[in-house]
Design a binder for this molecule. Structure first.
Ligand code: DX5
Ligand code: ZN
Length: 218
């Protein structure tokens, strides 16, 4: 079964506690937290104090997706705020190996995110060092965008490389995941589905999560 990671970017920030409680009662595995700085991406979301509060509201895994420049400056802060997984964008890291080691040394799992235009070939020399690859299936910055179909062949190529090397690296798909495309995404080899609008714009988010969790690979 896939790991389901609802993105709280699409939640109701005025009722964040209610949404956290809802996720706690649901089959959601992880909380996906999108941190945007208005520099790497053309949007600003929320920051450390919000992550700290969410940490107090759940014991589920906090999957923190940093869409910020100079992520190395904030890795310690996100650890202290309660992040379990810290994902940095390859496009923001001149010293990716160093950044990965920093996150591991802080005791977090480490993910690397790739924009839709970025080739998975760039991961060849660090695949052994990371726990998760986040393949962006939209251009990062906003929830509710359309899935970019080219992502599908990136998933299968990456999956082959991971299997060939006997690794357990998880493939996370982030952006535009729907009930309609989830099955194809999983068939290509994804392990984790991030879902913002599909969960939070549903009239019954708990049922939406259950539905994603039980999507079968046709
Ligand atoms: C986009 C974020 C995504 C987003 C997903 O930059 O990284 O996590 O919240 O939202 P949906 O599922 O609505 O595309
Ligand atoms: Zn995200």
């Amino acid at each position: 079964m896939p790991i389901i990671a609802p993105s709280l970017l699409s939640s109701n920030f005025l009722r964040l506690e209610d949404d956290c409680n809802m996720l706690n009662q649901s089959q959601a595995d992880w909380f996906h937290l999108d941190i945007m700085d208005g520099r790497f991406v053309p949007n600003i979301s929320f920051g450390l104090p919000v992550v700290q509060h969410i940490r107090k509201a759940t014991s589920k895994v906090l999957d923190v997706h940093l869409m910020i420049v100079e992520p190395e400056k904030y890795a310690t802060n996100f650890k202290d705020a309660g992040a379990d997984i810290l994902t940095v964008h390859i496009e923001t890291c001149n010293h990716l190996h160093r950044n990965i080691q920093q996150i591991k040394n802080l005791g977090m799992k480490v993910g690397v995110a790739l924009n839709p235009h970025t080739s998975i070939v760039l991961l060849d020399d660090i695949l052994e060092d990371i726990d998760l690859v986040c393949l962006m299936s939209v251009n990062p910055g906003f929830g509710g965008q359309m899935f970019i179909e080219n992502t599908l062949h990136k998933i299968s190529k990456l999956k082959n490389r991971i299997l060939q090397r006997n690794l357990h690296t998880l493939i996370e798909i982030d952006g535009g995941v729907t009930f309609e495309n989830a099955s194809t995404i999983l068939k290509e080899g994804a392990d984790v589905l991030v879902a913002g609008n599909t969960v939070f714009k549903s009239s019954n988010p708990i049922a939406a999560i259950e539905k994603l969790k039980s999507v079968s690979i046709k």
